[in-house]
Design a protein around this ligand. Structure first.
Ligand SMILES: [Zn+2]
Length: 392
């Protein structure tokens, strides 16, 4: 089954977005133009000419510090499955005005969230869960594999593949993922029932924390078409913050949304990866050591299976940077942690940039997502970066 164009399959890395070269080339051209001006002005001579040169050069230099042209917005990989959703995505795309301030960016985000909800006709997000369950009524165990092929009244297919801009560490490589209706993730890793998108892998903590060297990339995942515009605005906001402010770059390397059971391939070959391990598994201690971990394949790190009641099975939930590094404590970011330190979001983000900083959780409340602080898991105060529409 096709998940479509954006570099699906075994191909190489995605080329960097066009915007980056523009940011470098345009100021260069201006400097060259300034050079020609200097020659003319030298002939004319005089103090006025020299002042003009200085003014022109400082203009060219300040342009170099500004972000380049806007990168591509979130989009459907195959817009023909859900043309109305594709139109909404265009309408709620975020602005990339020059020198956009933090208040201006937040105002734009709030306006686009409100517009998305109005165009979708959605009030409380939990109504999306009720509508999806109604569509599936009488089909047995709730499964994304069934729901994704159904259509909403009006003809939009429920399951769509969304492609969104993300920051990736300099040497991160793309990892295709697979989905299926299986009891064990190992079955998906081995049989690879169907492709479902791709994530990113980087073996080095130094690389993961080197935000200056990040490159703009894309990530692909399946999601409910009635949820896609809200997911898109939230994820584009996370990306756009890093576009204007390097200190706010968050690498989104793993993103899981609509699926029952998923995994990367069991045939990627053995891998070695650095990750942090925290000896204190319940408290707030940030003391960690770097562990060098060895795994049979990327499937060991990228896998999972969602409970029958999970909103993932309805394409109405997202896990951001949810990895499975076995053999270490909480690390990192651990999909399920009992440690109090997990809630020290900014400190954890500093240790490993894949931990989401506090402002990401604040932004998630704008569309009304349920965030992990708001619920408990099997009676524990566990925590992982799961955002969804809630259940009641
Ligand atoms: Zn989740």
């Amino acid at each position: 089954m096709r998940t479509g164009g954006f570099g699906r399959g075994k191909g190489g890395e995605t080329p960097p977005l066009r915007g980056m070269t523009g940011a470098v080339i345009r100021p260069l051209r201006r400097l060259l133009a300034a050079g020609r001006l200097i020659a003319v002005l030298l002939v004319l001579g005089g103090l006025g000419g020299a002042l003009l040169i200085l003014a022109f050069l400082s203009g060219a230099l300040s342009a170099a510090a500004a972000p380049g042209p806007a990168p591509p917005h979130p989009q459907l990989v195959d817009a023909s499955r859900a043309p109305a959703t594709a139109r909404i995505l265009k309408q709620v795309a975020l602005d990339y005005a020059p020198q956009m301030s933090q208040p201006a960016r937040d105002q734009d985000f709030r306006a686009k969230v409100a517009l998305a909800k109005r165009l979708l006709g959605v009030g409380r997000l939990v109504s999306l869960r009720q509508q999806s369950l109604a569509l599936l009524y009488g089909r047995g165990e709730v499964s994304w594999e069934d729901l994704r092929l159904l259509r909403w009244p009006g003809g939009e297919q429920v399951g769509v593949t969304l492609s969104v801009p993300v920051w990736a560490p300099a040497r991160a490589r793309r990892v295709p993922t697979y989905c299926g209706f299986e009891k064990r993730w190992q079955a998906v890793a081995q049989a690879q029932p169907r492709p479902s998108g791709f994530v990113w892998f980087s073996p080095s903590i130094a690389d993961i924390n080197n935000t200056a060297q990040y490159r703009p990339e894309r990530i692909q995942f399946e999601v409910n078409s009635r949820f896609a515009p809200l997911a898109a605005v939230f994820l584009e906001y996370i990306f756009r913050e890093g576009w204007y402010d390097q200190a706010k770059r968050v690498p989104l390397m793993e993103l899981r949304a609509g699926e029952d059971t998923y995994a990367a391939s069991a045939y990627s070959g053995p891998i070695t990866a650095e990750c942090l391990s925290f000896p204190d598994d319940e408290g707030d201690s940030l003391a960690a050591r770097v562990a060098l971990c060895h795994y049979n394949s990327l499937a060991d790190i990228y896998h999972g299976r969602h409970a029958v009641t999970s909103n993932h099975r309805l394409g109405l939930a997202m896990d951001l940077n949810d990895f499975n590094y076995a053999g270490v404590t909480d690390g990192p970011p651990n999909p399920i942690s009992r440690a109090v330190r997990q809630f020290n979001r900014d400190a954890m983000h500093k240790l490993d940039a894949r931990h989401l900083p506090a402002w990401v959780y604040r932004a998630a409340k704008e569309p009304g997502f349920r965030i992990p602080q708001e619920w408990t898991y099997f009676g524990y105060h566990t925590d992982w970066a799961h955002f969804d529409v809630g259940t009641k």
